[in-house]
Design a protein around this ligand. Structure first.
Ligand code: ADP
Ligand code: MG
Length: 687
């Protein structure tokens, strides 16, 4: 124990053997340092209060009381027992009941005093009661009498044990180096590191806790900002081939439609960047179906006009194929040679493609991650486009950029259909400039969206038959793969089978989910796209977009299990053709908040309105939570609520980098380490 350091494995702590080590690993914890950085998700006020008979009912309270008589256990039935007893203090007594915790019979010793924490119940004239309280023996308390941290737990690690671990780890807080320079802490009134780490786990007062949280949040935002600014700075020190020729007339003239105002604006913004000798780094954000591909094509056209190659990377094979087809038809007639490179091609096909690429016989290469593989060399790569950016990390973008085949970096265009409110986007994609396509092309019929309960299921199935009868296709999305581990949620495997065998025996029902092999998934989706299935039962694997214009109905099972933005994304799978399309959200959840969320979706098809609403209702944590963005996950800071702190952190980062642009001064070494840590997955920011 005496050698415990921040780097010690958790097995160095008392009570942690292989089983608990594994359970802790599930929480992402491997070392003492991890433990200290695992902040409570909430706190409970366990200030010890006096007088059982005067304490308020129905709210959590902590008090001391003596066990008046031995606790007794009754076995009610299999898997259910009750242990009861009575505790007293100077003012009164409480009947205490535990369900399925018969060990308390020996743990609670008559005549001894314990601290109890829980809710008192019982009306006037009745004795006070308490069910399943938390208790600690006097003289051995961890949490009683204080503000108690509440941690995220997992099977095998209960609250008490986690508290003990944190207490043991707290012995190492003084080893945590201070990352924030002293003058900065003074200017922004920030607590020091050791205090903050100790206090966030075991606060002595709510005011201390506020100070600790503020410091740690500031540090998080500050480091995020430093990292992003360094990434941006590295870019402006790079050079790119300027696309000086900027004539899009032939391109726009050959399109089967007129570009919308929003598409034109985005294309112009990109073209201006592309004309510069520094790499463009632009995020093109547009709702599903807003026509991002045409803007990407315009950029690829400019690359070609300026003697450069372009690459487009998509997150799935099918999507790459679809892009390949679309872009060939948009650009092929203008003289661009468009080719495809995906993992499923044969070795010979890949080799031929690589050779053509190196020889400069391909102008636009569309593909999957295969584009990143070794041996893929461009002759003169001037532009990299990635679609559905949230599936790629910053590092992967950088890897593709590194393939330019010269000293110069390619321009980068990132396309995303995740509608993120602007303030948040600037933070998340802090290293990118932003273009937004905020209007859909004309002539779209909005998807009609309704929310129904289980009672309407038969009618819904009737509607499915009708749509299929009209020659349309139907998506059914479930929140889970298999009922074995779905915790009661609708699962694709079982629902799919039921629909195929019992409900629609005459229709063709296909099933696809994330646990299938990639090749099998591709095959099922391709078959659906080709019209070889009427109904596709799936998980959210279909979220990122293949175009099946003939699909006119999307059913989302247990719709309350999805985020609003995700539902919007899913809904974008229909309404891509000329038919009136429908989205049916099935949910029996009666919670007012949930119904309000789902009703938002019924009321609007504007992705940005939906995202704002989602943000308001769920808070921004979830935008980061899923780790979709390839950027560091913030533990504490929530951007919307902490705008002031965010601005302060931004200002502080700017000031610091003005004095030490590369963060290379020795006194900033700890800070630099912290930034590197935060951007662990993007190690390349410093070189
Ligand atoms: P997304 O932004 O979701 O990638 P796409 O680029 O796939 O959208 O475009 C969706 C559909 O809209 C495509 O079928 C495309 O041909 C069509 N489209 C794009 N721009 C226009 C436009 N200006 N006018 C009419 N249709 C358009
Ligand atoms: Mg698209």
């Amino acid at each position: 124990m005496e050698d415990l350091t921040l780097h010690s494995p958790l097995t160095a702590l008392p009570g942690v053997g292989p089983a608990r080590e594994k359970a802790l690993a599930k929480l992402g914890l491997a070392t003492v340092a991890d433990l200290l950085a695992c902040f409570p998700r909430d706190y409970e006020d366990r200030t010890v209060r006096e007088g059982i008979d005067t304490l308020p009912l129905e709210e959590p309270v902590c008090f001391a009381a003596m066990v008046a008589q031995p606790f007794q256990t009754n076995f009610l039935r299999r898997g259910m027992d009750l242990t009861r007893g009575r505790v007293v203090d100077a003012t009164g007594q409480v009947d205490v009941t535990f369900f399925n915790q018969s060990y308390v019979r020996t743990a609670l010793v008559p005549g001894e005093t314990y601290y109890f924490y829980g809710k008192l119940t019982g009306g006037p004239g009745h004795r006070r009661q308490m069910t399943n309280p938390i208790f600690e023996r006097e003289g051995q308390r961890t949490f009683a009498g204080r503000i108690a941290p509440v941690y995220s737990l997992t099977a095998g690690i209960n609250a008490k044990f986690m508290g003990k671990l944190q207490q043991a780890a707290a012995g190492c807080v003084d080893q945590i180096g201070e990352t924030l320079p002293e003058d900065l802490r003074r200017d922004y009134d920030l607590a020091d590191a050791a205090f903050s780490y100790r206090t966030i786990h075991f606060p002595d007062s709510w005011e201390d806790l506020r100070r600790a949280r503020r410091r740690l949040m500031f540090e998080e935002l500050f480091c995020l900002n430093l990292g992003l600014t360094l990434i941006r700075g590295r870019r402006s020190s790079q050079s790119a081939i300027p696309f000086e020729k900027q004539d899009l007339a032939a391109f726009t003239g050959s399109l089967p439609f007129a570009l919308t105002e929003a598409q034109l604006r985005s294309a112009r913004e990109a073209a201006t960047d592309l004309s510069q000798p520094v790499p463009m780094n632009r995020l093109l954000q547009g709702d599903v179906g807003s026509g991002k591909t045409a803007v990407a094509a315009a950029c690829a056209y400019l690359a070609w006009q300026n003697g450069c190659q372009a690459a487009l990377m998509a997150p799935t094979e099918l999507l790459a194929q679809q892009h390949g087809k679309t872009l060939s038809s948009l650009l092929g007639g203008l003289g661009l040679r468009v080719d495809l490179l995906t993992g499923s091609m044969t070795a010979a096909q890949k080799r031929a493609c690589r050779q053509a690429l190196e020889a400069g016989d391909i102008d636009l290469l569309v593909g999957t991650h295969a584009l990143l593989s070794e041996g893929v060399e461009f002759r003169r790569l001037g532009l990299v486009i990635t679609d559905e950016q949230h599936r790629f990390g910053v590092g992967q973008r950088a890897a593709l950029s590194a393939k330019s085949g010269g000293d110069q970096s390619p321009h980068v265009l990132v396309m995303s259909a995740t509608p993120i409110p602007r303030t948040l986007a600037l933070m998340i994609y802090g290293d990118l400039d932003l273009s937004v396509i905020d209007r859909l092309p004309p002539g779209r019929t909005p998807v009609e969206t309704v929310l129904i309960g289980e009672d309407k299921r038969q009618r819904l199935y009737g509607f499915v038959r009708k749509q299929v009868g009209l020659g349309r296709q139907v998506y059914v999305v479930c929140p889970a793969v298999s009922e074995e581990d779905s915790e009661g949620m609708k699962a694709a495997e079982q629902l799919g089978r039921r629909l195929r065998e019992e409900v629609f025996p005459n229709l063709r029902v296909a099933i696809v989910h994330g646990r299938m092999k990639a090749a099998d998934k591709q095959a099922v989706m391709a078959a659906f796209a080709a019209g070889e299935a009427d109904i596709l039962v799936s998980t959210t694997v279909i979220e990122v977009g293949v175009d099946v214009p003939n699909a006119s109905l999307m059913i989302v099972e247990d719709a309350d299990r999805f985020g609003l933005s995700q539902l919007h994304q899913l809904r974008g799978r229909v309404g891509r053709g000329s038919h009136q399309s429908y989205c049916v959200l099935v949910s029996d959840n009666r919670s007012e908040m949930t119904r309000k969320r789902l009703k938002t979706l019924c009321a609007t098809t504007d992705g940005f309105v939906i995202a704002e609403e989602d943000l308001k209702l769920r808070g921004p944590g979830d935008f980061f939570g899923a780790r979709q963005h390839g950027l560091p996950q913030l533990k504490l800071a929530s951007l919307e609520g902490d705008m002031r702190l965010l601005r302060q952190a931004q200002e502080a980062a700017r000031d610091l980098l003005a004095r030490d642009p590369g963060l290379t001064r020795s006194e900033h070494a700890p800070l630099r380490g912290r930034v590197e840590d935060l951007f662990r997955e993007n190690r390349d920011i410093f070189n």
